[in-house]
Design a protein around this ligand. Structure first.
Ligand code: NAD
Length: 454
């Protein structure tokens, strides 16, 4: 039996050990899930809806427990972790309406009746990263279950605890044990086997573009369906006609939330040159005001980085001679602490081009609207972004020109469970959330019933 050790990132103390699923364990889980899926898909739609509502109620009754677990395992501030656990409930509730609404079409044809059915795919493999363990898991498993599939979730090695607990809650709520299974383990073992086992019919992968590319190539061998949610290097574009005080006050929260370990982090702030100096004056107190500290404290806005090795990676982007404009505070002593950091690099610098996935932001001046759009799009990624302007025409033009899947104008919001989420370019493939997500866990079957002329 292989076990992995989990470390509390705020204290560096050993939290727990977790047993890793073996290759044979994955195959056994897939076989059991396949059998459970047939029964699940045969249930009356109303019964599947009721089961998902019970699951949502069980999560609701354990929001505080799940949040405390995420604080200890991932170092998320308690306020964020509580929102994340509540979000699991909300997403389950939203998709509990699906089974009774997943209707196909009746298409007028000559000589008979033509009907489409949205058939479930079968067993779905969901592979999640360590940065938002609960939300990202539920974005995959809730619509997949709702569409009549079985789901296996492989959480990230560093942060499996909340997903494991959600798996237990599903069983406590009455879902068949084999229908929804959480399989902690290595990406190279469990994740790879999801890709190669032919009875897993679709992979929902969220993680780095590098591993996502590998998953997509492996899935191609079986023409296996994939949804990919990958990296980002999103732009926060600040025009001279916006509410500059508000743009500066909110900019830290658009990038330093979850210590910058956020695929949607606006890690490039692009500021129109004629307001650049004023913006930086306003940004400095906002960055220094971010409350970094004990994630269990209700006042904390930013916790530690997730692990020692990730701390090493983030630190490598801020060497002694880095162009640091100013930094916020962070605790010293045990824990993987990193202060909010503002850089003013050249456009060609690696801090402008690479996803750092930590609390480090690059601020760059731009000349005009065309320059801003070109700079925003000068990246292989295209996940998210913000546009600050009080000019409606400009807001429409720029939001249509920026190549990204999720934009917000005069705010930094990215994710609502009832609106679609996903990336352009190398940030991903397919969309999660929103009203259409369950369809991506189905195949459309068209059947023509010959009945002669009506
Ligand atoms: P990662 O790619 O290292 O790992 C993601 C998951 O893939 C983990 O569960 C890992 O065990 C598994 N894995 C590793 N090797 C595998 C393999 N060969 N086959 C199958 N699975 C394998 O990513 P990470 O470091 O956990 O997460 C950070 C990355 O995730 C960042 O790039 C971030 O932008 C991205 N992310 C994207 C979104 C989004 O919605 N677009 C959301 C969150 C995170």
């Amino acid at each position: 039996m292989t076990v992995s050790e989990l470390i509390n990132p705020a204290t560096e103390e050993l939290l727990r050990t977790v047993e890793q699923t073996s290759l044979a364990g994955v195959d056994d889980a897939v076989a059991r899930a396949k059998a459970a899926q047939r029964d699940w898909a045969r249930l009356a739609p109303g019964d599947r809806a009721a089961a998902l509502r019970s699951f949502a109620a069980a999560v609701d009754a354990h929001v505080d427990e799940l949040a405390a677990l995420e604080v200890a395992n991932s170092g998320h501030p308690i306020g964020n972790a509580t929102w994340e656990a509540g979000h699991v409930r909300d997403v389950l509730q939203f998709y509990s309406a699906t089974p009774e609404r997943l209707s196909g079409k009746q298409i007028p044809v000559a000589g008979g009746l033509d009907v489409t059915f949205n058939e479930p795919l079968g067993v779905i493999g969901v592979i999640t990263p360590w940065n938002f363990p609960m939300p990202i898991a539920v974005w995959g498993f809730a619509p997949a279950l709702a569409a009549g599939n079985a789901v296996l979730v492989k959480p990230a090695e560093w942060t499996p605890l909340t997903t494991i607990r959600i798996g237990e809650l599903a069983v406590e709520a009455g879902l068949p044990a084999d229908l929804f299974q959480v399989l902690p383990g290595k990406g190279s073992v469990v994740g790879e086997r999801f890709v190669t086992n032919p009875d897993v019919r679709k992979i929902v992968f969220t993680g780095s573009t590098e591993v996502g590319t590998h998953v997509m190539a492996g899935a191609a061998a079986q023409v296996k369906r994939v949804t990919l949610e990958l990296g980002g290097k999103s732009a926060n574009i600040v025009f001279d006609d916006c509410d500059l005080a508000k743009a500066a006050a909110t900019a830290p929260y658009g990038v330093f939330d979850n210590a910058g370990q956020d695929c949607c982090a606006r890690s490039r702030i692009l500021v129109q040159r004629n307001v650049y100096d004023r913006f930086m004056e306003l940004l400095e107190p906002a960055v220094k005001g971010v409350v970094v500290g004990d994630p269990a404290s209700k006042d904390t806005e930013m916790g530690p980085l997730v692990s020692r090795s990730h701390w090493d990676t983030v630190t490598s982007y801020v060497p002694d001679d880095a162009p640091v404009a100013f930094r916020g505070d962070a605790p010293s002593g045990a824990g993987y602490w990193f202060p909010p950091t503002v850089l003013t690099p050249e456009r060609s610098d690696r801090t402008v081009r690479e996803e750092i996935f930590g609390p480090v932001v690059a601020v760059l001046p731009f000349d005009d609207e065309a320059d801003a759009v070109a700079l925003a799009n000068d990246t292989p990624y295209g996940l998210s972004g913000s546009i600050w302007t009080d000019n409606l025409s400009r807001a429409v033009r720029v939001s249509r020109a920026v190549e990204a899947g999720n934009l917000s104008v005069n705010s930094h919001s990215s994710v609502r469970y009832n609106t679609p989420f996903g990336g352009f370019k190398q940030s991903g493939l397919g969309r999660e959330l929103g009203p259409d997500a369950p369809l991506s866990f189905t195949e459309t079957k068209n059947v023509f019933y010959a009945i002669g002329d009506l």
